[in-house]
Design a protein around this ligand. Structure first.
Ligand code: UD1
Ligand code: CA
Length: 465
């Protein structure tokens, strides 16, 4: 069979009123990704000859997120799904032989395999249009499929337009269709808005077509109806989130990751975790994070877009856009900010904050420190309370601390600064000049002792009565 060319269309211009939000519905996120990314990915994997994205008045905001690779079509104001599809008609005039695959922007679990099956079934049917449906135990909210005694479609009725008898129909419209472009050009203009919601329903096109005896096929996908769920409100988002989260966690459990408490663990699907990693409760692993084998993560960590080497141990800490080599220990209560690189065997401890800094092998930043824009060598000891003053109010300046330096507690290191190999910084120092290798730098007030001062004071007080 000759494959006709396929144009993919995503309808995403709706106001999403039921979300009660200033953010467009399709930009609400599911496990870190905007809703619209899910059906778009499924469409992309089909390799259609083009993808049209129908957007409403927030078109610029969404375009910015999705990038240049799609053709954007404006529908403003959004008057219903039928009206949405009308906006692509001028574009279709150049593609009269094409098939048009329509998916809603709010259905995150539609995948490319299902779309492929649906497309093949449409091709085999030779029909003018095909509808993807499923059977739902609780079909409320969805448009219902009305069939005649032969099983052919008569029409689709929206939930709000159903009679009480029709409410029991469990076959629902997934809002995924394939049309011949010519059929759209002919029948879309016939749709009106005479219904409960006063909208132009795309679903009404099928009644127009059946009256004209046009062939419409139905592909009823029964395996996992939740794959076709639409997100209309925040409760739906919670349901979808639960399903997706469970699926991701099951994948990791199967691949050899120990997850102590899946309920309290959040792992986004771009995260990659190697075998024999253990994850304790309240761990949030996000973005393009990679966790290498043997690491112990949690309890209570948030790691985003970071690489964690083999055999690291991280607890009660936050790490973002950082890289850790093997055997690094972080926590409790450390904050590793973007641009941090920690070499093997280093220890970042209680209340340490690192930003855009390299920490050398086996270096210890164990207590209450801030290191920003710093390059710290191997085997360095950063004493408790060490602060790098990298910011002068206008610019950031670098600090270099060479191998085996010992920085005494409560030191203030004013950048730009270089501390040479093996040097010592006396505790409590304010250091604003470079320190040569192997030197001792003292930068603090000289201690004065007044022998017997307290005793004399007490005596004076006594004598004065
Ligand atoms: C729609 C279907 C319903 C189906 C359900 C499946 C219609 C009339 N109803 O209902 O039969 O069971 O999906 O989830 O089509 N949109 C636009 N422009 C508009 C209105 C909507 O682009 O003017 C977009 C929305 O952004 C959304 C999609 O179309 O991505 C579906 O719209 P929505 O309002 O969610 O339709 P439902 O009421 O869910
Ligand atoms: Ca919907």
């Amino acid at each position: 069979m000759i494959m006709t060319k396929l144009i993919g269309v995503i309808m995403a211009a709706g106001l999403g009123k039921r979300m009660n939000s200033k953010t467009p519905k399709v930009l609400h996120t599911l496990m870190g990704k905007p809703l619209i990314e899910f059906p778009l990915k499924a469409l992309r994997e089909l390799n259609p000859d083009g993808i049209l994205v129908i957007l409403g008045n927030q078109i610029e905001l969404i375009k910015e997120q999705l990038g240049e690779r799609y053709t954007y079509i404006l529908q403003d104001p959004p008057l219903g799904t039928g009206d949405a599809l009308k906006q692509i008609l001028p574009y279709l005039r150049e593609y009269l032989d094409n098939a048009v695959l329509v998916v809603p922007g709010d259905a995150p679990f539609i995948n490319s395999n299902l779309l492929k099956e649906f497309t093949y079934s449409h091709q085999n049917s030779g029909c003018q249009a095909s509808i993807l449906t499923t059977i739902m135990e609780n079909p409320s909210g969805y448009g219902r499929i009305i069939r005649d005694e032969n099983g052919s479609i008569v029409r689709i009725i929206e939930d709000s337009d159903l009679t009480s008898g029709q409410k029991n129909i469990k076959e629902v419209n997934a809002s995924v269709y394939i049309f011949r472009a010519l059929a759209l050009l002919k029948y879309l203009p016939q749709i009106d808005n005479q219904n409960q919601q006063g909208e132009y329903y795309l679903t009404d096109i099928f009644e127009k077509m059946t009256v004209d005896k046009q062939c419409i096929s139905i592909f009823c996908y029964q395996n996992t109806p939740e794959m076709l769920m639409g997100i209309n409100n925040r409760k739906d988002l919670v349901k979808a989130h639960k399903l997706l989260k469970e699926k991701i966690i099951e994948g990791f459990l199967d691949s050899g990751v120990t997850i102590i408490d899946p309920e309290s663990t959040y792992i986004e699907d771009n995260v990659s975790i190697e075998q024999d990693v253990t994850i304790y409760p309240f761990s949030f692993l996000m973005g393009n994070t990679v966790i290498k084998s043997g690491s112990i993560i949690g309890p209570s960590v948030l790691i985003k877009n970071s690489v964690i080497g083999n055999g690291c141990k991280i607890y009660y800490s936050e790490i973002e856009e950082a890289t850790l080599e093997q055997g690094v220990k972080v926590g409790p209560f450390s904050h590793l900010r973007p641009g941090t690189y920690v070499k093997q065997g280093a220890k970042i401890g209680n209340f340490a904050e690192l930003k855009k800094s390299v920490i050398g092998e086996n270096t210890r930043v164990s207590h209450v420190s801030y290191l920003g824009d710093s390059n710290v060598g191997d085997g360095v000891n950063i004493g408790a309370g060490t602060i790098v003053c990298n910011y002068d109010g206008e610019k950031k300046h670098p600090t270099v601390i060479e191998d085996e330096v010992f920085v005494g507690s409560n030191s203030t290191l004013i950048a730009p600064l270089r501390i040479g190999k093996g040097a010592y910084i006396a505790g409590g120092s304010v250091i604003n000049n470079d320190v040569p290798p192997e030197a001792l730098a003292l930068g603090r007030g000289i201690q004065v002792i007044k022998e017997g001062w307290a005793k004399k004071r007490k005596e004076r007080r006594k004598n004065n009565g």
